[in-house]
Design a protein around this ligand. Structure first.
Ligand code: ZN
Length: 153
């Protein structure tokens, strides 16, 4: 299963780069929020850490293991949400979910646009959205692990 066949080269390069060298790939000692995410269909497991200051996400990181798409997604997510408010992060989640399930880019998704082609690969959508479900869980203070198989995605 090679999902890269017809994704354009630039997007492919960005995803591979974030997969091989994930950004913010460590635990956050000062984390105020965290959530575990699991995608049983692919075997992706990750834990997302956030440091919240009031309503603002000051820092974000993740650890775990999984396929290239799930790692690149978590890497780009943690890079992208630093400095955003909870409301802005939720809005970004909605945009990314729309994009990876329909291929439509609505509003500003910044570098996350590299995942726009994922909708053509239904088995990969959950890999791409896993870290975003973990983010929503972390923001809500969910104690139990988030599974893509129990979310209404
Ligand atoms: Zn995966």
């Amino acid at each position: 299963m090679n999902m890269f066949d017809d994704i354009n080269d630039l997007y492919q390069q960005v995803i591979l780069d974030h997969c091989k060298k994930p950004r913010n790939f460590h635990e956050l000692v000062a984390a105020t929020n965290s959530a575990q995410g699991h995608n049983p269909l692919c075997g992706d497991n990750l834990k997302l850490f956030l440091t919240l200051d009031g309503d603002v996400i000051k820092d974000a990181s993740f650890v775990g293991s999984g396929c290239c798409i799930s790692k690149a997604s978590a890497s780009l997510l943690t890079d992208n949400i630093k400095g955003k408010t909870k409301a802005e992060a939720e809005q970004m989640f909605e945009r990314v979910r729309e994009m990876v399930t329909t291929g439509k880019v609505v509003g500003d998704v910044a570098k996350l646009a590299v995942f726009a082609g994922v909708y053509k690969y239904p088995a990969r959508v959950k890999c791409a959205i896993l870290s975003w479900h973990a983010l929503m869980g972390a923001l809500k203070g969910e104690a139990k692990p988030i599974s893509t198989e129990t979310e209404n995605s």
